[in-house]
Structure formats: C-alpha cells, structure tokens
Write a protein that binds this ligand. Structure first.
Ligand SMILES: O=c1nc2n(C[C@H](O)[C@H](O)[C@H](O)CO)c3cc(O)ccc3cc-2c(=O)[nH]1
Ligand SMILES: C[C@H]1O[C@@H](n2cnc3c(N)ncnc32)[C@H](O)[C@@H]1O
Ligand code: MET
Ligand code: SF4
Length: 331
C-alpha cells in the first residue's frame, strides 16, 4: 500500500459538449440542436477560473467533445467568438488560465501531433483515456475511440515529452483479458517514452438517455481486481488513480491505488454530474490513517526533469514545492 495518497484541487471547464463521436455510455455529449448543447465563451469561463483560484485550486481541467468542428454548425459558433480553429481557442483558454494562476490539464480527445505541440506550451500535463484496446459495441459510432488512434496520440505526447494521464474505462463490454491487454499496452508505451504519470481506473456509471442507461456499473470486486492488475502490470513510477466520487476508494487503495485525481470545491464533475465531489475533510476520513497530499497536475518527477515550458515555469514554482502544494492546508 502507498505511504500517502495524492489528489489535486481543480476547476472543471467543459468547453463544449459538441462531439463527433457517439459513445454508448456518454451522457455529456449533446446534439447541436439540443437546448443543452453549448460552447462556453471566455466571459463564462473567466469567472470560474477566478473562483477556482480564490478557493485554492491549482488546476484548470479542460475537457470537451472530440473534434467538434466535424459537427455541422460548430465552426460558426467558434467564429462568433473570433476563432477559426477549436485548438486555437483552447490554447487561448489555457493561456488565460495560466494568467489567472491555474495550471491547465487538457483532455481534448484525438488531436494531431502539431495541435498537441501547440497546446503543450500552456499545459502542465495532458490526458486521453485509452478506454480499452478491445473492439466494443458502444464504440461503433466513435471513430475517435479506435485503439490505434488513441495509441497514436499517446505516442505523440511521449515524443513531445508531455507528462501524460491515460486510463481505462471498466464495464463497457470488455473482458478481464481485455483489461490486462489495455494495461500492458500502456506499460509498453511508458517503457518507450517514460511520460505516463498516472493511469485512471474509471468505472462506467449509467447515464439516462444513453445506449447503456440500463447497464449496471462494475461491482467493487471487479474494481479491486482491476486496480490490483494495474498495480502489477504498470511500472512503479506510474500512479494508479481512482475517482473518489464514483467508488469508495478504501478497498481500492488497499489494492494499490495511490491517487484520487482532481476534486473541485468550485465545479461539478461534468462527465458524472450525479456524483458529487467529496470535500478534502471527507477524503481524509475515507483514507483513514494514510496521509493525504495535495499535488499539482504535473507530478514531481516531471517537474524535476523539466518537462514543462518557460510559459508555465514561474507558476509551477509559485504553486509547488518539490512537486506538492506549497501552501498545503492539510498534511
Ligand atoms: O473530474 C474529472 N476529472 C477527470 N480527469 C481529470 C483528473 O481527475 C485530473 O485532472 C488529473 O489527475 C490531473 O491532475 C481526467 C483526466 C484525463 O486526462 C482523462 C480523463 C479524466 C476523467 C475525469 C473525469 O471523469 N472527471
Ligand atoms: C473523460 C472520460 O470520462 C469517461 N466517461 C465517459 N462517460 C462515462 C460514464 N458514463 N461513466 C464513467 N466514465 C465515463 C471516459 O473514459 C472519458 O474518456
Ligand atoms: C468529454 S469525454 C473526454 C474527452 C474526449 N471527448 C474523449 O472522450 O476522449
Ligand atoms: S465520451 Fe468523449 S468522445 Fe465519447 S461521446 Fe462523450 S464527449 Fe464524445
């Protein structure tokens, strides 16, 4: 078991829920003609970033629909904001986050090598869930969930020396063998590039109105087994992350999880809006006698290696000390 358990304090900015994919489990994506479909403007986003800063957050999590420009009508919305490409807009939002005092972590889905390079300047780390290397029915309308395409992006991040988060989604029609294969694939990528800082073991949870609305979430024994497999298969310098709003982390920490991901005092989990974030006090109760440590979105070993750009160096230095939060209010 880990000597201590880490977490980050963030604000979650769901820039747009327009997406070219249709994953059978996703309740986040909306059709462009849905009244809940959105593209957030800088005027909407700035106050959220400022509130996060005020409440002691270190991270701005930008997560949104994949390649929304492939969806009719989206480019017009972007133009109204004065941008010709989505990646230019996201890059600007990351720059604004840095100016506000938060370190961006962007999970954009599939992006090109050059887009990734552009985003890297203002991101402390980036992420993309591998989800699974298996061919599953719920991905049949999601070209961006082809495992080869996801692996390609994770390789790009490695080439660009971007501290990276990936993970698997458990309970979407894959078998235990498939989970082992997915984890081995991640371990292989890390062996080559050395850039995977954490691997999320995320349990599927059903969302109303989706193809999987009547499917049940994987049980705790499956999650314990998957975390144990991850701990065994992945290299020691990779943290195994479990989201504390989706499963009680107690048993999972015993099985080898050592990170609880981003929790937010200011925003909800837009992917799992029904699952509220525990407070830091509640997290400490959950982990019992194991010390909690607040980390930045870039892990200590990548700060030490200098895997960040000059544009965010000052902010990393200001917020952190040996990779952990300088002004920690908790142990
Ligand atoms: O609040 C959430 N954060 C999610 N995060 C963010 C994560 O909790 C932290 O932002 C990272 O640990 C960086 O500190 C993700 C990050 C990725 O790169 C890929 C997938 C996810 C998934 C979620 C999620 O469902 N909810
Ligand atoms: C950001 C990440 O959120 C995950 N994600 C998407 N939909 C769900 C769901 N219903 N339950 C749990 N996780 C989900 C995917 O793994 C995606 O990559
Ligand atoms: C909003 S889901 C997370 C980002 C991206 N759409 C993906 O699934 O990879
Ligand atoms: S999970 Fe991501 S890629 Fe899949 S439909 Fe939802 S927003 Fe799009």
């Amino acid at each position: 078991m880990a000597d201590f358990v880490t977490f980050a304090r963030n604000v979650f900015i769901p820039v747009t829920n327009v997406c070219r994919n249709r994953c059978g489990y996703c309740g986040f994506r909306k059709e462009p003609d849905d009244p809940q479909s959105h593209l957030m403007s800088p005027a909407k986003i700035r106050p959220i970033l400022e509130k996060g800063k005020e409440l002691g957050c270190s991270e701005a999590l930008f997560t949104f629909g994949e390649q929304p420009e492939e969806v009719e009508g989206y480019s017009e919305l972007l133009q109204e904001l004065g941008y010709s490409t989505n990646i230019d807009y996201i890059t600007d939002l990351c720059r604004i986050a840095v100016e506000t005092g938060l370190l961006p972590h962007t999970n954009a889905g599939i992006v090109t090598h050059s887009s990734m390079k552009q985003l890297a300047e203002f991101n402390a780390s980036m992420g993309l869930m591998l989800e699974t290397t298996a061919t599953v029915k719920v991905h049949s309308n999601s070209p961006g969930k082809l495992p080869e395409r996801r692996i390609e992006v994770i390789k790009s991040a490695g080439e660009l020396k971007i501290p990276f988060t990936t993970g698997i989604l458990v309970g979407i029609g894959e078998s235990r063998e498939d989970r082992i294969h997915s984890l081995e694939t991640i371990a292989k990528l890390h062996k080559k590039y050395g850039h995977i800082q954490e691997v999320i073991i995320q349990n599927f949870t059903p969302k109303p109105g989706t193809e999987m609305e009547n499917c049940i979430a994987p049980d705790i024994d499956t999650m314990i087994d998957t975390v144990s497999l991850a701990r065994k298969i992945l290299q020691d310098d990779i943290a195994v992350q479990v989201p504390p709003n989706l499963t009680d982390p107690r048993h999972l920490i015993r099985a080898g999880a050592s990170d609880l991901g981003g929790i937010s005092p200011a925003t909800i989990d837009w992917i799992n809006p029904e699952s509220s974030w525990p407070s830091v006090d509640r997290l400490q109760q959950m982990v019992g006698s194991i010390p909690l440590r607040e980390r930045l979105p870039i892990y200590p070993q990548y700060i030490e290696k200098g895997w960040y750009s000059d544009s965010i160096a000052e902010l990393i230095e200001f917020l952190g000390c040996n990779g952990y939060r300088k002004d920690q209010s908790i142990k």
